[in-house]
Design a protein around this ligand. Structure first.
Ligand code: SF4
Length: 386
């Protein structure tokens, strides 16, 4: 594993300019047209990122420069077609790829990556130890000492745990050894935090890319057209929630603007890299299947969550959609029940009923009226609090 080039594994650690000087002039030649050397490679990466949230491991060449160029191309293409959700999907895929190599990396490499991605870390000379359950023999628990060999600054730790690891109780601060502003963790937790740091670092890197110029865009137009054609074929626009429909255009179908605040909150948490609770996930899935989403569409919504497992998620969504088990389609909780678990973000109740589906139906009606009589109805009243 150590023989694999560092930047093949972690292409986001290099700048595009480190690989190709004057990239905006050279990139169109490398990626822009079907005969360009990296055109097909980018499309094959795109498919895996969209369909499996993973990055192909092209071990045939271990060409780090190509990996860096492909990595940045996704950022530029997503910006060009205004698809922030594609950036998030790509960040999850690349950070997962990075995480898959951490197990076998030396401490030196891990600490270098930690520092480059903004984690403040120390390596204690005498790490604290904790007694953990190692398993059981004939029903009797076996314990072993475990060294907490990595010290992560409290600010880095809380920042990294605040998103997708929030629901994992093993990262609660109250379960950690904290001393003088440093949180001590074992290697397994450290590498998971590092994967999270890579995720945020990649998103920041993508966000920092300059908006592609018109000249550059025309140079890669064939690639953009191919990317859009592919995304259209997998109905990405609907799945990603970012295709903005005109108000009233889709009254009988899915209108994201009409979703009640509780559902919007869960979606926005997923979009920003958060990790909703099991109950929130259930409610989002139940809401979506009840307004006409297919199992595939619902899975696509959840695909960027940190612990997404295609097989388990598919089973659960099929169950909620009534395709398994009791064959009964589940509905989301009532507003009162959502309030009782802290999933309702507003003080009182939305207009339209005491259930997210009734509220959505009511909001859709407002959209329809607004489309029919644009002069007389004010859609901004949608979701107003009673
Ligand atoms: S009142 Fe009901 S529909 Fe509105 S945000 Fe709260 S739980 Fe959702």
């Amino acid at each position: 594993m150590s023989g694999i080039p560092l930047y093949w594994k972690y292409p986001f650690l290099l700048r595009l300019e480190d690989v190709i000087p004057n990239p905006y002039a050279v990139l169109p030649v490398l990626i822009g047209t079907p005969d360009a050397p990296l055109f097909e490679k980018i499309l094959s990466y795109l498919k895996l990122i969209v369909e499996k949230t993973s990055v192909p491991l092209d071990r045939s060449t271990y060409n780090s420069d190509h990996e860096v160029i492909v990595f940045y191309s996704f950022g530029l293409i997503s910006k060009a077609i205004k698809e922030p959700q594609l950036l998030t999907r790509s960040a999850v895929a690349y950070s997962k790829k990075a995480g898959s190599f951490f197990k076998t990396e030396s401490d030196e490499v891990l600490i270098d990556i930690a520092r480059r991605t903004g984690i403040k870390i120390i390596k204690p000379v005498q790490p604290p130890r904790v007694l953990r359950v190692a398993g059981s023999v004939k029903g009797k628990k076996q314990f072993e000492w475990e060294s907490l060999s990595y010290g992560v600054s409290l600010t880095s730790f809380t920042r990294l745990v605040a998103g997708r690891l929030e629901q994992d109780s093993s990262y609660n601060l109250s379960s950690q050894i904290v001393h003088e502003g440093v949180v001590y963790v074992d290697r397994k937790r450290f590498t998971r935090l590092l994967e999270e740091a890579c995720f945020h670092y990649i998103l920041k890197t993508y966000e920092g890319l300059q908006q592609p110029s018109a000249d550059f865009l025309s140079g890669i137009q064939p690639l953009i057209t191919e990317v859009e054609r592919y995304l259209e074929s997998v109905r990405w626009w609907r799945r990603s929630f970012v295709k903005e429909g005109r108000i009233g255009e889709e009254v009988s179908g899915v209108v994201e603007e009409a979703f009640p605040p509780c559902i919007k909150k869960i979606i926005s948490s997923i979009k920003s890299g958060g990790n909703p609770s099991h109950e929130e996930r259930f409610n989002l899935a139940a809401f979506l299947v009840n307004i006409g989403y297919s199992v595939e569409d619902v899975l696509a919504v959840f695909r960027t969550t940190a612990d997404f497992d295609e097989k388990i998620a598919r089973y659960q969504v099929e169950h909620i959609a009534g395709l398994r088990g009791s064959r009964r389609k589940y509905a989301p909780y009532s507003c009162d029940r959502l309030k009782s678990i802290g999933a309702c973000p507003i003080q009182n109740y939305c207009s339209g009923g005491r259930h997210p589906l009734s509220v959505y139906k009511h909001n859709l009606k407002l959209f329809k009226q607004s489309a029919d009589e644009p002069e007389t109805e004010n859609v901004s009243s949608m979701g107003k609090i009673q």
